[in-house]
Design a binder for this molecule. Structure first.
Ligand SMILES: [Fe+2]
Ligand SMILES: [Fe+2]
Length: 306
């Protein structure tokens, strides 16, 4: 949220988002899985995860296909969730499952924003967050992945709840080559961060995820979860710089190392000094084809356009 939203506008957003009938209904396994992700790993039982997933065959099948992607680490498709967990670890399988759930949550035909572009950005950002957090030797890189995946969920909300206004904001942004959240703020008076936060509250997401969704364009506004918000902010910038943005050219000078979010991470993680940004962006370019394949595998059915 670049500028705090005035109280009446905030109430109006809440009202419209809360009453919309097409608000994404999350697959029933999503929230229990997300809650399990918040538990320390030694408290999560493999059987619990396998049982949860057995309620939704589509998600289980998708998960097994995704597990064989080079970006997740298995050479061939595992034959069961249990096999996948043994080979990949519980946390990684949980995040793959949650990714598949997201694909099923936004089953919409008419997106203002091209869904392929949106999911490529979200999945790309999730993978960059995970890689970045591994380089920083942060404790929970799978949580960073989830934060990257969820950070822009306000965009699909805008497509559903404010289609005309959001379409105008997109045109405004593309014509001026400015960041989409700035165009939203100017033309609509609020951004996807505000609508995303309402959805996060509706879904009762954990506070750190809500902070990421609400403040990833201005991490200074975050009063908690600052390193995670800063990590997503920089990963989002990195994706937009490498042509993994919102489908139009953004003309902006980005100096990652002098971004205040960089200082937040430097304070938290000493390993940041060793991160080679040029090499890191090169790795992202190399992963591009695989990201496209994954988007089709996971989100192909959701949009109806891929
Ligand atoms: Fe965003
Ligand atoms: Fe983003």
């Amino acid at each position: 949220m670049s500028t705090p939203v005035a109280a009446p506008v905030a109430a109006q957003i809440r009202d419209r988002v809360s009453h919309i009938e097409t608000l994404p209904t999350i697959p029933t396994v999503f929230l229990p899985l997300l809650n399990l992700l918040n538990l320390p790993l030694d408290q999560v039982k493999l059987d619990e995860v396998a049982k949860l997933v057995s309620y939704d065959n589509t998600i289980a099948a998708q998960c097994l296909r995704v597990a064989s992607s080079p970006l997740f680490g298995l050479a061939k498709t595992p034959d069961s969730i249990k096999t996948a967990v043994i080979a990949l670890g519980l946390r990684r399988v949980q995040t793959i499952l949650l990714t598949c759930c997201m694909g099923n949550a936004f089953a919409m035909k008419d997106w203002t924003l091209d869904p392929t572009v949106f999911w490529k950005h979200s999945l790309g950002c999730a993978l960059v967050c995970r890689k970045f957090s591994e380089k920083l030797r942060a404790t929970d890189s799978e949580k960073a992945y989830m934060a990257g995946l969820l950070h822009d969920i306000g965009f699909p909300v805008n497509c559903m709840v404010f289609p005309k206004e959001f379409s105008a904001a997109m045109t405004y942004a593309a014509q001026r080559q400015i960041p989409l959240h700035e165009a939203e703020q100017t033309t609509m008076g609020f951004t996807h961060c505000d609508t995303g936060l309402v959805l996060a509250q509706n879904w009762r997401l954990a506070d750190d995820m809500s902070q990421v969704i609400a403040h990833h364009h201005d991490p200074g506004q975050s009063d908690a979860a600052q390193p995670l918000v800063a990590l997503v902010h920089l990963s989002d910038l990195l994706c937009r710089m490498r042509n993994l943005g919102y489908g139009y050219y953004e003309c902006q000078k980005v100096d990652m190392a002098h971004d205040p979010a960089w200082a937040v991470l430097a304070r938290e993680y000493r390993a940041l000094e060793q991160v080679d940004l040029v090499r890191f962006t090169f790795e992202l370019d190399e992963a591009m084809d695989e990201i496209s394949t994954l988007v089709s595998t996971i989100f192909g059915n959701a949009s109806g356009k891929i």
